[in-house]
Design a protein around this ligand. Structure first.
Ligand code: 1HE
Length: 266
């Protein structure tokens, strides 16, 4: 099987924190973790290898005071790109974010500070988002003479709906705190450290069988792209594979012999 070698990464800090749980940290705090070409390539690399390298869950975080300031505007300004060149930049972003969303490995984003522009696009490709009290989201592209190119039109619209997405794009409106969670930007809000809760969630998801997580963390997204008829078909096929896996038998036996956990509110 493939291996992840942390020393292959420079713009990301990549480390295994527990058995099968990895932390991927955007590691250019001096640049507020702006996404330059090199960082996006490292995201492509990590999320291409992770599903085949025994990674059971990923915590995605940002070093310093902010999660991510979006597209590296200085690199973009200096490069003075042609339309085709920037289209290809965007396609590398899509490659990275699609690998995350469809890769089958749970990605838990730990958000703090600015989660803006391409930073929000990146966060939206995770499966679970945790915000702390400092985290805020915005799409400032409109004010900068730009447009989103990293999937906001699809993923932010999925999270909060079309009208709110267009409002954010047109006005640069900032959301944070409970309101952001209520709208759907994140599933968790913590008073303390989003990294700590994200880590706990990653550990918990890593206890699931990998094939169950594969189905959850690729199947739901794929099925959303299908007609209802095809989605139901694909769901049945996926469940056929997952729900008959030999590894599940011990868990089913534990339910049958009453040692398995019962599902009740805490
Ligand atoms: C950057 C970037 C960046 C900071 N590209 N270098 N995104 C934006 O429009 C957000 C732009 N950034 C900001 O609004 C602010 O930097 C923050 C609110 C995130 C942080 O503020 P602050 O006061 O802590 O930092 P700063 O002084 O603004 O920046 C510190 C350094 O980070 C400075 O570099 P230095 O070399 O002068 O020290 C900044 O230039 C650098 N920096 N943000 C490059 N984004 C596929 S299309 C996606 C479209 C988009 O994402 S548009 C970008 C939206």
């Amino acid at each position: 099987s493939l291996q992840i070698n942390p020393s292959d990464y420079e713009s990301l800090a990549v480390a295994q924190t527990d058995d099968g749980v990895w932390r991927v940290t955007l590691n250019r705090p001096d640049k507020r973790n702006a996404l330059d070409l090199a960082t996006v390539e490292e995201l492509v690399q990590f999320f291409t290898v992770a599903p085949r390298a025994g990674v059971r869950a990923v915590v995605l975080a940002g070093a310093g005071d902010h999660f991510c300031a979006g597209l590296d505007l200085i690199e973009h300004h200096d490069a003075d790109r042609s339309p085709a060149a920037f289209m290809h930049v965007c396609m590398r972003w899509h490659e990275a974010f699609n690998k995350m969303e469809y890769g089958g490995v749970p990605v838990i984003a730990a958000l703090h500070g600015a989660v803006v522009g391409g930073g929000l696009e990146l966060a939206s490709a995770a499966h679970i988002r945790v915000m702390d009290e400092t985290a805020y989201v915005a799409l400032p592209e409109g004010q900068r003479g730009l447009f989103t190119g990293g999937g906001a039109t699809i993923r932010v619209t999925d999270l909060i709906g079309k009208a709110r997405t267009v409002d954010m794009m047109l006005t640069g409106r900032v959301y944070r705190g409970q309101e952001a969670v209520d709208l759907g930007f994140a599933q968790y809000l913590v008073e303390g450290s989003s990294l700590e809760l994200a880590h706990e969630i990653a550990q918990k998801t890593a206890e699931n069988l990998p094939l169950s997580n594969f189905a959850i963390c690729s199947g739901v997204s794929h099925m959303q792209n299908m007609s209802a008829l095809d989605a139901a078909y694909a769901e049945a096929v996926l469940a056929g594979v997952v729900n008959t896996q030999p590894e599940a038998r011990a868990r089913l036996a534990a339910f049958a012999d009453k040692t398995g956990a019962r599902i009740r509110p805490e």
